[in-house]
Design a protein around this ligand. Structure first.
Ligand code: GDP
Ligand code: MG
Length: 450
């Protein structure tokens, strides 16, 4: 997987120099392959990777990440951005009812979604009603009625006498009229949300598109949700473009994400239409429905959730420059001060949150073992004690006599014993740093407290 391939290139956590063009090209090649594997449409991949390459070439050199990690981080940021950045929620009408229209191909999951959406809205205290404006298939109205009953919401459907046609292409009744009447019904009966289910065809077709556009014009919806099957793959762009042009929509719902689709359709649709993806449908049950999270989808597309988490953590927590400075200072024979000790402790504390992930990185096993014995509360105590010292005391702990000890203990809310323990531990660390300065070792790694 991409995750494995890229992990192999993450030789160390420390930044090394500038992003070279070769580094970037190699990483972008892997990204391109991952996107194509995820079924992102070819033109989208092309445009996306060239944008990434450009941004990577101009990128600032990060202290915490190596070139591959930096490119991946850029890719992730761009993916999240295209997928909508922050999660967008439903726009509710100022004067109810809020009108939500569903559009999409046959089998995309519109009717199923109508039930899920109604169910979720009902749980939030809304009073939704479903409107059966799919009169294309003989059993469509019945299917919506079943879904509505399961969701515990009412359904507005055309007169039962209109059902029962056999020919798939025969329009039974007038879907535009039903949609309009459905919205009027909701207003009348004080339902605050109306969800209008519409017909789809197996492929994009002009009649269907016109019908959806007519329904839209008749009911003036607050939201038009375009439902698309995540498994649709390379066809996503053509389908989404056709609906954008023919009906236009305010948001996208990605269905069947429970399958093994890697979500390339999400990227293609979001990129080509510029519309946010709002919900994900993840199964046939009413509750298999969630708000769409761009960051999770970016991870799914790249199939590298763990690596991304690791990169974020590394960047947030590991101040490589700091470590570099420390190493240089120790190597040059300068003495290791209490202030240095505190900085190291604080870094260790941040790294503590990474301990689960460090095992993933080659050569980090030993460090992880040490981190497992690491007590973060101990660092808080150390911090309090050091912060209660005067700068002079921090520079030269030898001057800390009995009365200073008592003052520091009071100031930090600890005891003189705790102050003594800290000073002993610091002396041990100082000695270790001096030894390392002489004989190499692992600069930046303080001895473990506790
Ligand atoms: P519509 O033609 O757009 O109304 O699509 P339907 O709602 O009738 O769904 C078509 C088929 O896909 C049905 O068998 C649904 O049970 C199924 N389906 C819909 N959404 C999902 C989903 O998120 N996951 C899975 N596994 N099946 C789904
Ligand atoms: Mg349907």
């Amino acid at each position: 997987s991409l995750s494995d391939r890229l992990t192999a290139t993450f030789k160390n956590l420390r930044g090394r120099g500038r992003l070279s063009e070769a580094d970037i090209d190699a990483t972008v090649r892997e990204i391109r392959r991952a996107l194509l594997d995820a079924d992102v449409a070819v033109p989208v991949v092309r445009e996306f990777t060239s944008a990434i390459r450009e941004r990577a070439l101009g990128a600032e050199v990060s202290g915490a990440l190596n070139p591959a990690q930096q490119v991946v981080k850029i890719v992730n940021e761009e993916l999240v951005e295209i997928l909508g950045g922050a999660t967008r929620t439903l726009v509710l009408a100022k004067v109810p009812p809020t009108v939500i229209m569903l559009a999409g191909l046959q089998g995309a999951g519109k009717t199923t979604l109508a039930g899920k959406l109604a169910h979720a809205l009902k749980a939030q205290g809304h009073t939704p009603v479903l409107v059966a404006a799919d009169l294309q298939r003989p059993n469509a109205v019945t299917q919506l009625s079943v879904v509505a009953e399961r969701a515990g919401v009412p359904v507005f459907a055309p007169h039962p006498g209109n059902q029962g046609a056999v020919d798939l292409d025969v329009v039974i009744g007038d879907p535009v009229g039903v949609a309009r009447d459905g919205v009027a019904f909701a207003r009348d009966k004080q339902h605050d949300v109306v969800i209008v289910d519409t017909a789809g065809r197996l492929g994009v077709d002009a009649v269907l598109m016109q019908q959806a556009a007519d329904i839209r014009a008749a009911i003036n919806p607050d939201e038009v949700l375009f439902v698309i099957d995540a498994m649709i793959g390379q066809d996503a762009v053509a389908t989404a473009s056709a609906f954008l042009e023919g009906v236009d929509f305010t948001g996208v719902v990605l269905s069947k994400l429970d399958g093994d689709a890697r979500g390339g359709a999400a990227l293609s649709v979001a990129k080509v239409t510029g519309r946010p993806i709002m919900f994900a449908s993840t199964g046939e049950k009413l509750t298999d429905f969630e708000v769409f999270h761009p960051d999770r989808m970016a991870g799914r597309i790249l199939d590298m959730g763990d690596v991304l988490t690791l990169i974020e953590q590394a960047e947030r927590t590991f101040d490589a420059e700091q470590a570099e400075k420390m190493a240089a200072k120790v190597a040059s024979g300068q003495d290791f001060s209490l202030a240095d000790f505190l900085v190291q402790m604080q870094q260790m504390k941040k790294l503590g949150s990474m301990k689960k992930m460090l095992g993933m990185l080659p050569g980090m096993g030993q460090m992880r073992e040490q981190l497992e014995n690491f007590d973060e509360r101990e660092v808080d105590r150390i911090e309090a004690v050091i912060q209660s010292m005067t700068p002079a005391e921090r520079e030269n702990p030898k001057i800390i006599n009995g009365s200073r000890r008592a003052r520091i203990a009071r100031g930090s809310g600890t005891t003189t014993t705790a102050v003594n323990q800290l000073l002993e531990r610091f002396e041990g660390a100082q000695k270790m740093m001096r030894q390392m300065a002489k004989g190499g070792g692992v600069p930046g790694m303080p001895p473990m407290p506790g």
